[in-house]
Ligand binder design. Structure first.
Ligand SMILES: [Zn+2]
Ligand SMILES: [Zn+2]
Length: 392
């Protein structure tokens, strides 16, 4: 790759350090709120760079602050996630996971490393006005570590003006950035439905209420929500993914349980999906003489960038990338708990190309590995973002 003026050069001593840190994190993956070793290493490195370090926010969260050498009141939040997945790694290279059933299959090892690299460079070259807040969060993968940090007082203790996030993106060429003006990632909700009928002999169905039949109607009806209730210009997903009930071919069961997930890109669509599922569960079950119960759980909201901050990111990325910055690619239906931070503060979350996703190199794949060649670019992006936003 030809390289424009990156503050952190490829194959520089800092790049070598980052590669070493990244592979060490990769070899020692830790999952939700158990990132003890990772958090300790992160805190020790930040202290060694000379930052002021705060540990134990939401158990394993680490926050470090760095003042620029010029006066200023601006405060910028940069966030990385530290957690791994419950996934058995199938790679065999030297730095593959040493922990059975756990793996850095989403590249959070790389995210943590890039933010550490930026902290090191900025500590050595604090040519900015104001304060940078480096946020290393636990439990991004399904356990809302970002929300836990916010509830632990993150933004009261560190009242940043804006907060920024970044995720590596397999399928985007290494060195390419993608920036969205609005939604980047979808909301993620879960629902659990219990249909209670009246069990009995399968040869005498008229004496009972068959929840299997009700489940069939309900599953079909739920698929009408996206096609008939949602504005065709909007996006949404309703997926029924589990169905349990019944033990014998000649017994009508008492209950059937269903569960599934919903995705969307706006709170309005999220509300609509929940309301329609609620209505169908109640009335379709009632129409058959059965009883329907719904438990609807909101997990992650949609990750929605503020347009002005997306522009800032695109300008910074554009000055660094040897390729063009992609604007407003199709958002992902995956979810991301940085959404909670963007609900609390303005900011933006961007993608950085990790290279081809083929051959099992996609996110959450047992053959995935973070691409170490993008470490200096990602860290340089953080550095330049600070220089551009904290000018005093
Ligand atoms: Zn992930
Ligand atoms: Zn991730």
């Amino acid at each position: 790759m030809t390289v424009p003026a990156w503050p952190i050069r490829p194959d520089s001593p800092l790049h070598q350090h980052m590669r070493h840190w990244r592979r060490d994190f990769h070899a020692h993956p830790e999952t939700a709120f158990e990132e003890f070793r990772t958090a300790e290493r992160v805190a020790l490195l930040l202290e060694s760079f000379g930052l002021e370090v705060h540990t134990g926010l939401a158990q394993t969260g680490v926050v470090a602050t760095l003042q620029g050498n010029r006066p200023g009141h601006g405060m910028l939040g940069l966030r990385a996630d530290m957690d791994a997945l419950n996934l058995q790694e199938l790679n065999t290279f030297a730095h593959c996971s040493k922990h059975v059933g756990k793996m850095h299959g989403c590249g959070h090892d790389g995210h943590t490393t890039m933010l550490l690299g930026a902290a090191k460079h900025l500590a050595d070259h604090p040519d900015f006005a104001g304060t940078v807040v480096f946020i290393f969060q636990p439990a991004e993968e399904g356990h809302a570590g970002a929300r836990a940090m916010i509830e632990a007082g993150l933004f009261e203790r560190f009242p940043v003006d804006a907060v920024y996030g970044m995720h590596n993106w397999p399928g985007l060429e290494a060195g390419t950035f993608a920036v969205h003006d609005g939604p980047v990632m979808a909301s993620m909700d879960k629902f659990y439905i219990t249909i209670t009928g009246h069990g009995g002999h399968a040869a005498m169905p008229h004496l009972g209420t068959d929840p299997v039949l009700v489940a069939g109607h309900l599953i079909t009806a739920l698929q009408s929500i996206v096609s008939r209730n949602l504005d065709p210009q909007q996006s949404g997903v309703v997926s029924v993914t589990t169905m349990h009930g019944g033990d014998a071919h000649n017994v009508i069961p008492e209950t059937i349980k269903l569960s599934g997930t919903c995705r969307s890109f706006s709170p309005q669509v999220q509300d609509l999906l929940e309301q329609q599922i609620n209505r169908q569960v109640e009335h379709i079950c009632a129409a058959f003489g059965a009883r329907g119960e719904l438990r609807y759980e909101r997990h992650y909201p949609a990750t929605i960038n503020t347009a002005a901050h997306a522009d800032i990111c695109a300008d910074v990325a554009g000055a660094l990338s040897h390729q063009s910055v992609l604007r407003n690619e199709t958002p992902s239906m995956g979810a991301e708990d940085f959404a909670f931070m963007l609900q609390a503060r303005p900011g933006a979350y961007i993608w950085l190309g990790n290279g081809s996703a083929e051959g099992g190199r996609g996110l959450h794949n047992p053959y995935y590995d973070f691409n170490d060649s993008i470490l200096p670019l990602g860290a340089s992006y953080w550095v330049q973002l600070v220089y551009s936003q904290l000018q005093g």
